[in-house]
Write a protein that binds this ligand. Structure first.
Ligand code: G3H
Length: 248
């Protein structure tokens, strides 16, 4: 039985004061959620959040992680640094990183390995653009994005990872994949992993990310291959996020 996981991705929003209030608000409401819950906060808020969340059930994550261990890589943040800040998770390959900052499949795979080298669970984000969906390339894109990581890290490494399926066309657009559309791709991802290792596939937490909100979360989370969510906009409000966490 896979445990559900709900992860808030705050993206580049908030101030230190609002981040503290949001984190404490979420942490305070978690006793009534059966899911594991985490928030991926902007880097500069992590030290303070690490302090205030220490004795709570809310886990901390980063929104990205360097693809190298250390050295002359201005502006990057290493796995060691994130581990010191109490990060349990790190997103790798979020579609906004791939689209706006050119994170390639190879660099995403390297970030995945860096995270694991310091005991951080990578949340590997994969998914197709609208154009790719319309050209029937969804599964080919998923294959490439998964295979790049399998080639570098090996299938066994997925035992310590999470996958998030993000249809890029449903991110921040208010447009959500239907329950069936999302389930179809989640099932495909699980089958792809199963063709390499059945047990890894059976145990893999696959999250849905793409305009998930309190009013559609229940339907999405009820699908057999959807194990929780990666929540953007709706994670910026403690009540909305907690409602989603309680929908698993
Ligand atoms: O990381 C989260 C995904 O990009 C979804 O964002 P959204 O819920 O604002 O559409």
């Amino acid at each position: 039985m896979r445990k559900s996981l709900v992860v808030g991705n705050w993206k580049m929003n908030g101030t230190l004061a609002s981040a503290e209030a949001l984190a404490l608000g979420v942490a305070a409401g978690l006793s009534s959620s059966s899911a594991d819950v985490a928030v991926c906060a902007p880097y500069v808020f992590l030290p303070r959040l690490h302090e205030i969340l220490k004795d709570t059930k809310l886990a901390l994550g980063a929104q990205n992680i360097a693809d190298k261990e250390s050295g002359a890589f201005t502006g990057e943040i290493s796995a060691t640094m994130l581990s010191e800040m109490g990060c349990k998770y790190a997103l790798v390959g979020h579609s906004e990183r791939r689209t706006y900052y050119g994170d390639s499949n190879a660099s995403v795979a390297a970030r995945f390995c860096q995270a694991q080298s310091k005991g951080i669970v990578p949340i590997l984000c994969i998914g197709e653009t609208l154009e790719q969906r319309e050209q029937d390339q969804t599964f080919a894109v998923i294959d490439e994005q998964l295979q790049a990581v399998i080639d570098l890290a090996g299938i066994a490494a997925f035992a310590g990872a999470v996958i998030a399926y993000e249809p890029v066309w449903a991110i921040g657009t208010g447009r959500t994949a239907t329950d069936d559309q999302a389930q179809e791709v989640h099932y495909y991802i699980r089958q792809y992993l199963a063709s390499k290792d059945q047990s890894i596939a059976d145990n893999m937490q696959i999250l849905y990310g793409g305009s998930a909100k309190p009013d559609n979360a229940k339907g999405l989370f009820a699908m057999p291959d959807i194990d929780g969510g990666l929540i953007g906009g709706a994670s910026l409000d403690a009540d909305s996020f907690l409602q989603i966490c309680r929908s698993v």
